[in-house]
Design a protein around this ligand. Structure first.
Ligand SMILES: Cc1cc2nc3c(=O)[nH]c(=O)nc-3n(C[C@H](O)[C@H](O)[C@H](O)COP(=O)(O)OP(=O)(O)OC[C@H]3O[C@@H](n4cnc5c(N)ncnc54)[C@H](O)[C@@H]3O)c2cc1C
Length: 393
């Protein structure tokens, strides 16, 4: 039996962030990952994830400020750039399903600069948009992307440099709480720690079951598509922003970034429910067809042969708010669920998990962001048998 201060279950984007912040604080940390580090079976694998201040509530905007600061700290610690600003455009038809006003109002309330753009100005700045005059947008210059795989690897490297032990191919197969401690079996070994952090992404339900807890989470199989666009130049990094089409369906995309040399575009939350263990990895032709039809209409220059489509999982609470909390009956066990939009927050959620583990009740950052109640694991919607689903972007 080996003893640690904290065990982190799962080393995807969030668990790697937690291992980093915990080890940096001086805790003796063990991170356990069931597959190889950097694997493609969870939620965090790919070259890029959007980061933005533009959110529909001031609490998320404040959390985004904390997120940028956490990435800055990782960059200073490792000397590696992981956040790349491209500018961010939220764009929508006048009758689009997602109103822009809450996004504008939240940024205004938090002192985040942005511009309102009409269709003419959008076409003037980015000639690739073929949009009618009824379309308008918000532009926020600090929007951009986090180099996801690179950021997760940087968290892991820095966690190890601060003394953490990170084990891959070590599936956790038993967890037993006892006397304010937790013992965990993984890869044929038993480990004991004062605290446990659950960062299991699509496998969260399995981990919570050891504590007799059930939370309504839907796991869906999403996909991103890399197009060898016919007008690659218009989508060059530094020329084209990240963007989100604020309607139902919602689409989003990136400029050319990373070694693939293609334009990444897809639909948000367009995937079907799956089981994380039995899911397939094949392309969903319905998503590809919807994205292609969208591009034919609004961004035809982005179209071209599909270089690659990659599948990936979302773990969705019904309100699409995160879960970041300790378990009510086990205050030494904390959990984070990313709700399909958490990579941008992976480092700050890791920091919050370190606060929950090391400074109980540990809600400093959650309180500063105004999110101390909205991310609770026992919030009313998570107690409902058949909760209504709202998957805002
Ligand atoms: C297609 C797609 C696009 C996205 N785009 C964005 C975006 O633009 N911006 C943004 O902010 N977010 C985005 N997200 C969401 C974001 O990527 C996720 O919220 C985030 O990566 C969640 O990280 P995680 O660590 O919770 O999950 P994961 O990365 O899945 O990590 C969980 C880890 O736990 C491990 N694990 C589970 N059970 C066990 C066990 N029993 N023993 C050991 N290990 C275990 C798993 O193997 C896994 O590695 C996107 C997600 C997808 C799928």
């Amino acid at each position: 039996m080996t003893e640690y201060d904290v065990i982190v279950l799962g080393l995807g984007g969030i668990g790697s962030g937690a291992a980093y912040w915990l080890a940096k604080r001086g805790a003796k940390v063990l991170g356990l990952e069931q597959f190889e580090l950097g694997h493609a079976r969870g939620e965090s694998h790919d070259h890029s994830r959007i980061i933005r201040y533009s959110y529909f509530s001031p609490a998320y905007v404040r959390l985004a400020k904390e997120a940028y600061a956490a990435w800055d700290a990782l960059e200073s610690d490792t000397g590696e750039q992981v956040v790349f600003k491209t500018g961010g455009l939220d764009i929508r038809p006048r009758d689009g399903a997602i109103p822009l006003e809450p996004y504008a109002e939240s940024m205004r309330a938090c002192g985040v600069p942005f511009e309102r753009l009409d269709a003419g100005e959008i076409r003037r700045r980015w000639r690739a948009w073929r949009i009618d005059d009824d379309i308008h947008g918000l532009f926020q210059p600090d929007g951009g992307l986090v180099a996801a795989m690179r950021a997760t690897a940087a968290h892991q490297r820095a966690a190890r440099a601060h003394g953490a032990t990170l084990l891959d191919r070590s599936p956790v197969t038993a967890i037993a709480p006892s006397d304010g401690e937790v013992s965990v079996e993984a890869g044929g070994e038993r480990y004991r720690a004062g605290r446990l952090v659950i960062a299991a992404g699509p496998w969260t339900a399995n981990a919570l079951a050891y504590f007799g807890m059930r939370v309504p989470l839907e796991v869906t199989k999403e996909q991103v598509i890399y197009f060898e666009s016919r007008d690659l130049e218009s989508f060059a990094f530094g020329r084209f922003p990240i963007w989100i089409w604020m309607d139902d369906p919602a689409y989003y995309g990136f400029p050319v970034f990373g070694e693939i040399g293609a334009v990444k575009i897809t639909q948000d939350a367009g995937g079907k429910p799956v089981d994380a263990d039995t899911r397939g990895f094949e392309e969903d032709p319905e998503i590809t067809a919807r994205v292609t039809a969208f591009l034919e209409r609004y961004l035809p220059g982005a179209l071209g042969p599909v270089r690659l489509s990659k599948t990936c999982l979302y773990t969705l609470p019904p309100d699409r708010d995160f879960i970041i909390d300790t378990l009510p009956a086990h205050p030494n066990v904390s959990v984070a669920v990313g709700a399909g939009h958490a990579f941008k927050f992976a480092s700050v959620i890791g920091r919050i998990l370190s606060e929950l583990a090391l400074d109980p009740p540990g809600r400093v950052t959650l309180i500063r962001a105004g999110t101390e109640t909205s991310f609770k694991i026992d919030r009313p919607i998570l107690q409902m048998e058949a909760p209504p689903k709202t998957y805002m972007v």
